[in-house]
Ligand binder design. Structure first.
Ligand code: IMP
Ligand code: MG
Length: 180
């Protein structure tokens, strides 16, 4: 087991890169299956910054024509959610009439995806689906259907593979959990 120190906190390895890759293989296969005969060009919406690594790995496994758009939302301070979702950067393209696959790093309380669904509806997307690398089922209290979930984890704070603790840890290739 490996440990990393980010500011005042120590984290230990929790999900290895190999396991992350095979979970992404599986979720990409499901998406490919659902979109294989599509006649439109679906949009992958990268929710910055947490989803950057997942987005890169997911995209290269998708076999239908798709486009990428980004948005930046923030809700966490340190290891806790503030409960408020702020739009730090708006949508980078017009999504009117488009089918959108939201690519999220993690669904925790669900506040962010509620906000995203609303933003996409307001911008005229014809459909929005949620694809998340991670889900904390014990924290998720919303009714929105999560179309594609790569992995479920307990209600612990994690970093790595794009996820951060106050902007540190995003570059770690494995996922680490707070070691208390
Ligand atoms: P939600 O709005 O509570 O569902 O939280 C979603 C966002 O909070 C995610 O997209 C992450 O950016 C961040 N987040 C939630 N849980 C964690 C975690 O354990 N580590 C790092 N970031 C997290
Ligand atoms: Mg996120």
């Amino acid at each position: 087991m490996q440990r990393v120190k980010l500011y005042d906190k120590t984290f230990r390895t929790f999900i290895t890169n190999d396991r992350i890759m095979s979970a992404i293989d599986d979720v990409a296969a499901k998406i490919n299956d659902d979109f294989k005969d599509c006649e439109d060009i679906p949009v992958l919406l990268c929710v910055l910054n947490g989803s950057i690594m997942f987005m890169g790995e997911l995209m290269k496994r998708l076999s239908f024509n798709c486009q990428t758009v980004s948005i930046k939302l923030t809700s966490y301070e340190g290891t806790n959610t503030t409960g408020r979702v702020k739009q730090a950067m708006g949508l980078t393209a017009d999504l009117t009439g488009r089918r959108v696959i939201v690519v999220e790093d993690i669904v925790d309380s669900g506040n962010t995806i509620v906000e995203l669904k609303q933003i996409l509806a307001d911008h005229g997307a014809s459909e929005s689906r949620i694809c998340t690398l991670l889900l904390k089922p014990d924290a998720y209290k919303k009714d929105i259907v999560l179309d594609y979930v790569a992995m479920e984890i307990p209600n612990d704070f994690i970093v790595g593979f794009g996820l951060d603790y106050d902007e540190l840890g995003r570059n770690l290739k494995d996922i680490y959990v707070l070691d208390e």
